[in-house]
Design a protein. Structure first.
Length: 226
């Protein structure tokens, strides 16, 4: 699912269900970080790293520990950029050689409505107007959850390039539906703060894709070099 939202240069590995992916183990330094967490959190932490290590192998990079850095962002091996996501019943990792993409972000969420009051805290007035219009033409999609996921993907692509926090109000996201495909399309995030510098060029817009499938909504954002 995630792989379909990303360029061919990206390697994506995903796992569904409660079963642990093969080799879902932790390096000692990873296990120490999560030792006091509840079992569900420890399992998700290990499983998503298992996906990431399989993606490393596909790129010819030896598997290695993935420790969280500033604000919890994973510290990827030199020469790689990546992103991870997990929710109930799903986890995924997407990796790419740094020479092929400047940054990327992925997110997956259960395809259901956001809790009451959350949409107002994570969206802009114009975004809510557009969501209402989308709901009128495509009522099968929980557009509030999709917008939330897109905001998460924007942040995951933004932070490695800037090292700065990005509030939900820092990007105005437009969601487009592919012609003839009610459950998938494109995303365009207009940054409302100075964008990251990539190759000396300030990026004010990030672009990505979305899909709804198997009870999940998934989004991606990619930042090319050129």
């Amino acid at each position: 699912m995630i792989g379909e939202l990303l360029p061919d240069s990206v390697v994506a590995v995903e796992a569904y269900g409660a079963d642990e992916p093969e080799n879902a183990w932790l390096y000692p330094e990873e296990a120490e970080l999560i030792a006091l967490a509840v079992p569900k959190r420890r399992r998700e932490f290990a499983q998503v790293r298992a996906c990431a290590r399989r993606a490393m192998e596909k790129l010819g990079v030896p598997p290695q520990p993935l420790l969280p850095g500033e604000r919890g962002a994973p510290q990827w091996p030199a020469g790689l950029n990546g992103s991870m996501t997990h929710c109930d019943g799903y986890r995924a990792a997407a990796l790419v050689r740094a020479a092929d993409l400047a940054s990327l972000g992925i997110d997956a969420e259960p395809h259901g409505p956001l809790p009451e009051g959350v949409l107002e805290s994570v969206s802009l007035p114009g975004e809510r107007v557009r969501l209402s219009e989308l709901a009128g033409t495509h009522p099968a999609v929980h557009w509030d959850r999709l917008l939330f996921s897109a905001k998460e993907s924007v942040y995951k692509a933004w932070f490695p390039l800037t090292g700065k926090w990005l509030d939900f109000s820092g990007a105005d996201i437009a969601i487009h539906v592919d012609p003839g495909k009610a459950l998938g399309g494109t995303l365009r995030a207009e940054l409302l703060v100075p964008g990251p510098l990539v190759g000396g060029v300030r990026r004010g817009v990030l672009e990505g894709r979305w899909t709804v499938r198997d009870g999940l909504v998934a989004t991606s954002m990619t930042v090319p070099h050129a």
